[in-house]
Design a protein around this ligand. Structure first.
Ligand SMILES: *Cc1c(COP(=O)(O)O)cnc(C)c1O
Length: 385
């Protein structure tokens, strides 16, 4: 029983603290209506914010590309896996976000690991918002740089920490939109701190790209920060763009450096070319279909007004991420379960994904939702809270 690899006790302790996780099997495409174990649910948990994951134009582009390129890319980008669709997508992404170049990665998680660890080492320092995504924290730890967390969205705290640092190079890293809270990073303030302290600013815009900005260029466009003010932008393709993968955008030199040194770029198989083709079509829709972003704004406003009427204080978020804070993990699970029984899919987020004592329902909206869906969710919440 006491063998060091015996995991029984660890699993039991996860269970005892109400933090055990189970996967649920879907039998339908991603969308606002999903099916699992023979039942249908109205989905308020997806990151498919613009409703593009199962869009017929993307599906058609994917099919056509598979007929030409097959399924697997066969190798890493630097070997023989970098095909015309990858290359074209990189150019179009760079154009869109107003950076010199962009580089595709297989996922956002590995993009963050790759960029940070390629760049920083022991003599450097990294400054991260306390609520940054796990992949940014992991990238910082992997790099071996001196790791410092600043208070959430607090430029003064950051500046104090920068002032004390004697590190060779300093990198400030933040989510553009915080994934569990939906609020925006104070990007202008962070950029000012960076300029004061000769630091660089890296923004992970996984939840802002596609959703914010005139043509969906994300939170950096909203904040008006160009490549010199925010040299590294990481965006994902698996959320608002509805496909899979990620990109890093920045200067010519940054991208060339990553091609030479980012291990999670070099030592991994390129995404299928058909995914890149589907992403190119998605990127066009993201730019032209401003109505999708407008629709989200309307849904969020309606939801917040509804919550207020129910006596529930909405969170400080204008994005489609609208969490309802419950605090206790067990309570969050119970409400999530109650919603499930009523036909709503709303995932409870518990530690360690969120801080201890801040368990929540992470409600997200999609441009495919209708006002009536919001109203039905509000009715169910009224019964359960
Ligand atoms: C989802 C997410 C990632 C990871 O992106 P994947 O492509 O899913 O690996 C990175 N950062 C943030 C803030 C995210 O929300």
């Amino acid at each position: 029983m006491n063998h060091p690899f015996n995991l029984h006790n660890e699993l039991a302790s996860i269970q005892a603290s109400n933090l055990y996780r189970h996967r649920q099997v879907l039998d339908s495409p991603q969308g606002i209506e999903i099916e699992s174990a023979g039942k249908c649910y109205l989905n308020f948990s997806s990151n498919d914010y613009l409703g593009l994951a199962n869009h017929p134009d993307l599906v058609a582009a994917f099919r056509t590309a598979i007929d030409h390129y097959g399924i697997g890319s066969g190798a890493a980008h630097l070997v023989c896996g970098h095909s015309a669709p990858h290359h074209a997508l990189e150019e179009e992404l760079a154009d869109w976000v107003g950076r010199e170049r962009a580089l595709l990665f297989s996922t956002g998680y590995v993009a963050n690991l790759g960029v940070i660890s390629a760049w920083l080492s022991k003599t450097d320092a990294i400054f991260e918002d306390r609520l940054n995504h796990a992949s940014l924290l992991d990238g910082g730890l992997l790099s071996g740089a001196r790791f410092q967390r600043f208070q959430h969205a607090d430029c003064n705290d950051l500046q104090r920490k920068l002032d004390k640092s004697t590190a060779h190079r300093k990198l400030i890293v933040t989510d553009g939109v915080f994934s569990m809270d939906g609020d925006l990073a104070p990007l202008q303030g962070l950029s000012t701190c960076a300029q004061h302290s000769d630091a660089w600013l890296m923004v992970d815009d996984a939840h802002g790209i596609g959703v914010l900005g005139a043509k969906g260029q994300g939170s950096l466009q909203v904040a008006g920060l160009d490549q010199s003010q925010a040299p590294v932008l990481m965006g994902t393709l698996g959320k608002a763009l509805g496909t899979f993968g990620a990109f890093v955008a920045g200067s010519e030199e940054l991208i060339e450096f990553l091609i030479q040194r980012a291990r999670t770029y070099i030592y991994t198989t390129a995404m299928p070319a058909a995914v890149a083709e589907a992403s190119r079509v998605s990127l066009r829709l993201v730019q032209t279909d401003d109505w999708r972003r407008q629709k989200l704004v309307g849904l969020v406003t309606r939801f917040q007004q509804g919550l207020t009427q129910l006596g529930i204080q909405p969170v400080n978020s204008t994005t489609p991420i609208q969490p309802i804070l419950l605090g206790d993990s067990q309570r969050a699970m119970e409400v999530s379960m109650g919603l499930k029984q009523r036909g709503f899919w709303v995932t409870a987020m518990r530690p360690p994904t969120v801080a201890k004592g801040t368990a929540r329902l992470r409600v997200t909206f999609s441009a495919s939702h209708q006002d009536s869906h919001v109203d039905r969710l509000l009715d169910a919440l009224d019964q359960l809270l």
